[in-house]
Write a protein that binds this ligand. Structure first.
Ligand code: HEM
Length: 145
C-alpha cells in the first residue's frame, strides 16, 4: 500500500514537472515571434557584435574571443529564453563571466547596444522590453564575477 501511494505521488510530481516544463517551453512564443524567430535573433546578435567592437566601454573584454561560438551561443540563449525551439548548449553564465569583473556600467552598455541592435531590426518596444526583462534575471550571474 505504501509503495502504491509513493508511486502515485511520484507520478503526480512527474506530471506536474512535465506540465511546468511544457508551459515554460512551448506555452508562449510571442516574444520569439516578435524577435523574428531564430534568423531574426541571429541577425540582431550579429549587429550587436559589430556594436560591441565599436564600444570602448566593453570592446576590450571581448578581444580574442571565438566570435562564431559567441554568436551561435548567444543566439541560442536568446532563442531559448524568448520561448523559441532552441537549446542553449554554451557554458553557464557564472562560468563564462568568471574573472571578468563585469561592472554595472558594462552590463548596461551591452544592454544599450542590444536595444540599438533591436531598433535597427524593427523589433517593437514591447518585445524589446520583454527580452530585457528576461536578460536582467541573468544579471547576478554575469556581473562582479
Ligand atoms: C545581458 C548580458 C549578457 C548576456 C546574456 C551574456 C551572454 C553570454 C553568452 C551566451 C556567452 C557565450 C558563452 C559560451 O560560448 O559558452 C557570453 C560570452 C562572453 N561574454 Fe557575456 N553576456 C552578457 C554580458 C556581458 C558583458 C557585459 C560582458 C563584458 C563587458 C560580457 C563578456 C563576455 C565575453 C568576453 C564572452 C566570451 C567568453 C569566452 O568565449 O571565453 N558579457 N556571454
Amino acid at each position: 500500500m505504501i509503495i502504491v501511494a509513493r508511486t502515485l505521488a511520484l507520478a503526480a510530481t512527474l506530471a506536474l514537472a512535465t506540465a511546468c516544463a511544457t508551459s515554460n517551453r512551448s506555452g508562449d512564443s510571442t516574444l520569439y515571434q516578435g524577435l523574428g524567430e531564430r534568423s531574426g535573433i541571429a541577425k540582431i546578435v550579429e549587429d550587436l557584435l559589430y556594436r560591441i567592437v565599436e564600444d570602448d566601454r566593453i570592446a576590450p573584454q571581448f578581444k580574442g574571443i571565438d566570435v562564431v561560438q559567441f554568436h551561435t551561443n548567444l543566439t541560442d540563449q536568446i532563442c531559448e529564453i524568448s520561448g523559441g525551439p532552441c537549446t542553449y548548449t554554451g557554458r553557464a553564465m557564472t562560468e563564462v563571466h568568471e574573472g571578468m569583473n563585469v561592472t554595472e556600467t558594462q552590463f548596461n552598455a551591452l544592454a544599450e547596444q542590444l536595444i540599438l541592435a533591436m531598433e535597427e531590426n524593427q523589433v517593437s518596444t514591447s518585445a524589446q522590453n520583454r527580452l530585457l526583462g528576461r536578460l536582467v534575471e541573468l544579471h547576478p550571474d554575469i556581473t562582479h564575477r
